[in-house]
Write a protein that binds this ligand. Structure first.
Ligand code: ATP
Length: 249
């Protein structure tokens, strides 16, 4: 389980996350929605340990990411922007490097590499250097890197951005399979159809905190709308407008 507890974050004196608290249960897919600038990436970066919160804490399976970063990293896979590939390495060299950094060696390393090669259909890319890879190819390699050590928790920031239909499908299929295996999945997205298809729970962020949460059906009921997009607009933008009015009062 991921637990975000009373997290605060400012940049240059400007509050970006404010008393942010939520949990992400095991074996479920949770989507994080919010307008541009709502604070989703900042929140995900704090969960993954890339940024430090000013206050509050994040627990991954009970491990505080700021206090025991190495132990947290062992049970975490991250798919962020897809720019971090080492372009001189082939896919298999790149994945081996990351798998070794997670402590895998010998037969277990071999098994882990075979498993991601098969699951993510990497045969054609396996021996290619990653320089010049397309968006979809980069996504596959990033996802393989995130999964090679079979983490309990998987965090993805807008994972289908820029992907073609087949690559997006492969990603969705992979997430559904991982959920069935019990993985804890949190992803951000602006694509309502994929959020509806994948998510057990949806968290809506506005102005740095959670303004609504529940299954897609629950959010529709709460907002009185008959589709997720309208529910999102009602909850996210209604809440943002309320906050702006509060700030001006
Ligand atoms: P989007 O949907 O556009 O990706 P987001 O919800 O992921 O948006 P964040 O990237 O978390 O939003 O940004 C939240 C706010 O924090 C924005 O106003 C952004 O400009 C600001 N911000 C984020 N990182 C920094 C930084 N390193 N320095 C200054 N401001 C930042």
């Amino acid at each position: 389980m991921i637990a975000v507890e009373s997290v605060e974050k400012q940049f240059a004196g400007r509050k970006v996350l404010s008393d942010l608290s939520f949990t992400v249960p095991d074996g479920q897919i949770t989507a994080l929605l919010g307008a541009n600038g709502a604070g989703k990436t900042t929140c995900l970066r704090i969960i993954t340990g890339l940024l430090r919160a000013d206050a509050g804490r994040v627990l991954l399976g009970g491990v505080d990411v700021a206090v025991q970063p190495m132990a947290a990293r062992r049970q975490l896979g991250v798919v962020g922007d897809r720019e971090g590939l080492y372009e001189r390495l082939t896919v298999v060299e790149y994945l081996s490097l990351f798998a070794r950094m997670q402590g895998l060696t010998g037969a277990s390393l071999k098994r882990a590499l075979e498993s991601v090669r098969e699951a993510l259909e990497l045969d054609d890319l396996w021996l290619r250097r990653t320089r010049g890879f397309s968006q979809g190819e980069r996504m596959k390699v990033s996802l393989a890197r995130a999964l090679v050590h079979r983490p309990q928790h998987l965090i993805l920031d807008e994972p289908t951005r820029g992907l073609d239909v087949l690559a997006a499908r492969l990603l969705r299929r992979t997430l559904l399979r991982l959920r069935a295996e019990g993985t804890t999945i949190l992803f951000s997205s602006h694509v309502m159809s994929e959020v509806s298809e994948l998510s057990d729970r949806v968290l809506i962020m506005a102005a740095g905190h959670i303004v609504g949460g529940g299954s897609p059906q629950e959010l529709m009921r709460i907002s009185g709308c008959d589709n997720l997009e309208d529910s999102f607009v009602a909850l996210a933008y209604g809440a943002a407008a309320d906050k702006r009015r509060e700030a001006l009062a």
